[in-house]
Design a protein around this ligand. Structure first.
Ligand code: SF4
Length: 374
């Protein structure tokens, strides 16, 4: 299946920790012979120490992409290279070992923790399974990691997960992911189920831990406001395809893909006086069983033209490191305002620095810029 190109992949001079090439994940639909095209030929890479935000609406394939990187499920085709090893060719036992270097945290922290066990035992378990260190060394490490994520180790000895709040359970999930000293953590909607104030605390925690533990993060979310705070680069997905990839600041300052613009415009503004931004997207996302021809966004795109349904756009560079897969990308559209960004002010006063960058409000006149072909 045609992908959306690989022009955005970086060369060998970058210290690439994870590289995904032409990843395809399909699921059969019963015995109908049809398939769900969950992920359709996407490629991306992540440099060591980087955070990649992967965003898109529900059903776009972002979580499936994260899981397919872990080979859960195994991709239908494509390559996943992690720390120089091609994961799709590893045996089951080799893959089990490889997964200790790449951990995952999930949207619902409470159901991802064993309800029958004490929290400290849950965090200790991966060290037992992999026989890391002596008993005393394991316990010392677990206490340190619990303290680092803000959980009292003494309370963790006697309490089960249901005795903690949702935010605390997410901290415990992070501790469990950290004890094996992974290089990569895939965070699958880690704050979507939390209150906004708690979201900010967990995001700050992940940023702190990233520095302290030398982590690389994939941060999957449907909320572009959340992703901006933590990501170095952002990749936008729609119906199993990548549509835009770029440095976080650049992508939010100058979103080029019509879908990215619509996602930004749909972020609620906590100001009853604020003028509503136009939402020109029409209809529901098409079925991934029978995706549209050409550009998959064309049935809903306000800028669609005849070419869009006939020819799939490839990612092409339109700014430094800023790639878009669109025949008629837009310019001069900024859907953000400072009020929206203010929503992300953290409870400890560490508002993210985006508020220091003036962003033009309004300016919704779209200017399609045709590409030169392909
Ligand atoms: Fe797709 Fe065409 Fe819209 Fe670009 S302008 S997103 S190619 S439908």
């Amino acid at each position: 299946m045609a992908g959306t190109g690989d022009a955005h992949l970086r060369g060998t001079d970058a210290d690439i920790l994870l590289r995904v090439d032409d990843l395809v994940v399909e699921f059969p639909v019963g015995r109908t012979g049809l398939k769900v095209h969950a992920v359709s030929g996407i490629s991306f890479d992540i440099a060591r120490g980087e955070t990649l935000g992967l965003v898109g609406e529900s059903g776009c394939g972002k979580s499936t992409t994260g899981r397919a990187v872990m080979q859960l499920p195994e991709p239908t085709s494509g390559a996943v290279t992690f720390e120089g090893r091609e994961l799709t060719s590893l045996s089951r036992s080799e893959m089990r070992e490889a997964r200790t270097h790449m951990q995952m945290i999930f949207q619902d922290p409470i159901s991802s923790l064993n309800p029958r066990r004490k929290v400290r035992d849950i965090v200790l378990e991966p060290l037992h399974i992999w026989k890391k260190g002596t008993k005393a060394e394991r316990e010392t490490l677990v206490d340190k990691v619990l303290e680092d994520v803000g959980i009292d180790p003494e309370r963790a000895k006697t309490s089960q997960a249901h005795e903690f709040s949702g935010g605390q359970c997410q901290r415990i999930s992070i501790a469990r992911a950290l004890v094996l000293d992974p290089a990569l953590i895939i965070c699958d909607e880690p704050v979507s189920a939390l209150d906004v104030s708690v979201q900010a605390q967990v995001i700050n925690l992940l940023e702190d831990l990233k520095e302290r533990y030398g982590l690389t993060l994939v941060f999957i979310a449907h909320d572009l406001a959340v992703v901006k705070n933590i990501s170095d680069r952002v990749a936008v997905m729609y119906l199993g395809k990548l549509c835009e990839v770029g440095p976080s600041d650049e992508l939010y300052r100058q979103p080029l893909h019509p879908y990215t613009n619509l996602l930004l415009a749909s972020i609620p503004v906590p100001d009853p006086e604020a003028e509503a931004l136009p939402h020109e997207v029409v209809g529901e996302p098409p079925s991934p069983v029978l995706p549209p021809s050409g550009c998959r966004f064309h049935p809903r795109c306000p800028n669609a033209q005849d070419r869009c349904s006939a020819e799939e756009p490839k990612l092409r560079e339109m700014g430094e490191g800023h790639f878009v897969a669109c025949h008629f990308p837009v310019e001069g559209v900024v859907s953000w305002d400072e009020t929206v960004l203010a929503r992300q002010v953290t409870t400890d006063g560490r508002a993210h620095d985006a508020r220091d960058e003036p962003i033009t409000v309004g300016g919704n006149a779209t200017t399609p810029v045709p590409d030169s072909g392909g």
